[in-house]
Write a new protein. Structure first.
Length: 405
């Protein structure tokens, strides 16, 4: 068996019929090669600690690649190199005629070392996936194939291109997606209002958080008092704006929203035309602006995404690009001061990283300039910030972001 070698044709991973996969908490390590190259079979080597991750990955692949046959081999302790070696070697011998290859990206370091050693002794190939490795073919991931398991002869090439669906990718991490809004063109009136808000002067920008708060109050008020109307008195917002002073800016902002058909002003109260209109005024306009910009860039974003796994989480905007999940949090409120919201924003974004693994890109799009605390914490957690005046050139900033490895 040791003299038996599988010929590598131009490092083409499509020729292999079986992937042996070391299951770990980072589902992308196995999910990406399996959906991009679609072998006939996948064999999961699963330690006791990774049984739930194996099930989540299997469920995701049943939707993404329904024709793939998946089986599991229990290996007990993930640090038992001898057992891993035996399981891999035995599988390679048994599946020799089906062109097997070992994916050594996942699992513990001991598992990976044992697996590639077994591949070498069996004279069979192995490969390693590296994400975040920009290359001339435009992919941000590369595959290094080791012919006959020989680590001295590894050859690197771009991961095959495949348009990943957010639902499939998140499913690999155990998350289910709720209903998403159907894609539709934004009304002209909303586009014009959004352009006005993005380019607004400093006084109007200061008034926006006050209007946000009134929109939030309208929903709470309707629920609490079982009202049919979404209504909020303007007086509390006026009191704050007088002290700044930006009362005229608040009046201008309310008038623009009224002229766009989003609300009426009755007895110095805001009456919102619908829940959709209220949500737009409460900050949904910024989500729509980001979403619309991404669409113009030729990307395929989703907006107002609800994901479920032991509870529901909400994502403002998300999209896949070059095998990576980008999660965007949009904030039109005041993040230039220390508030409870500003204190929690970075923590919330960091928890969202779990959705798509350590390679996920997190972005905070803030209408206002963020405070020092948010900026410092974002740098520590590798969260990208697009803020304040940068929104006028949002497409340029997003293009630079996705061009990074």
């Amino acid at each position: 068996m040791a003299d038996k070698k599988v010929e590598i044709k131009h490092d083409d991973l499509f020729q292999y019929g079986v992937h042996l996969c070391l299951i770990s908490g980072q589902a992308a390590a196995n999910f990406l090669p399996l959906v991009c190259y679609r072998p006939k079979k996948a064999i999961f080597l699963v330690s006791d600690e990774m049984t739930s991750q194996a099930k989540e990955l299997k469920d995701a692949l049943s939707g993404a690649v329904p024709s793939m046959k998946i089986s599991e081999v229990a290996i007990g302790d993930g640090w038992d190199g001898e057992r891993v070696y035996g399981a891999v070697y035995e599988a390679l011998v048994e599946l020799e005629e089906e062109a097997p290859i070992v994916n050594v990206t996942g699992g513990t370091k001991i598992m990976a070392f044992a697996a590639i050693t077994a591949a070498g002794d069996a004279g069979m190939p192995a490969f390693y996936l590296r994400t975040g490795d920009r290359n001339h073919q435009g992919s941000s991931s590369t595959i290094t194939i080791f012919p006959s398991g020989d680590m001295r002869k590894g050859k690197k090439h771009a991961l095959a291109q495949y348009k990943l669906k957010i639902a499939d990718y998140l499913a690999a991490y155990g998350y289910r997606i709720g209903k998403t809004k159907p894609d539709k063109a934004l009304p002209k009136s909303r586009r014009e209002l959004t352009e006005y808000l993005v380019g607004a002067n400093g006084f109007v920008k200061q008034a926006v958080p006050r209007l946000n708060e009134r929109a939030d109050f309208a929903l709470d008020n309707a629920k609490r008092n079982k009202l049919q109307k979404l209504i909020a008195p303007l007086a509390p917002a006026r009191d704050v704006c007088k002290s700044l002073p930006i009362e005229n800016a608040l009046d201008e902002l309310c008038a623009v929203c009224r002229d766009s058909g989003l609300l009426k002003i009755e007895n110095d109260s805001l009456v919102f035309a619908s829940e959709d209109a209220r949500k737009y005024v409460a900050g949904g306009w910024l989500e729509e602006y980001v979403y619309d910009t991404l669409k113009r860039m030729g990307l395929d974003p989703v907006m107002d995404l609800k994901v479920e796994r032991k509870g529901e989480r909400e994502i403002d905007v998300a999209f896949m690009h070059k095998e990576k999940l980008y999660v965007i949090e949009c904030k039109s409120g005041a993040l230039n001061r220390k508030t409870k919201e500003s204190h929690n924003i970075v923590y919330r974004l960091e928890t969202l990283r779990k959705l798509g693994g350590i390679e996920s890109k997190l972005v905070l799009v803030s209408y206002q300039k963020v405070n020092v605390e948010i900026r410092s914490n974002s740098e520590d957690e590798n969260i990208h910030i697009i803020e304040d005046g940068s929104l006028n050139n949002l497409e340029e900033h997003l293009a630079k972001l996705i061009a990074q490895p």
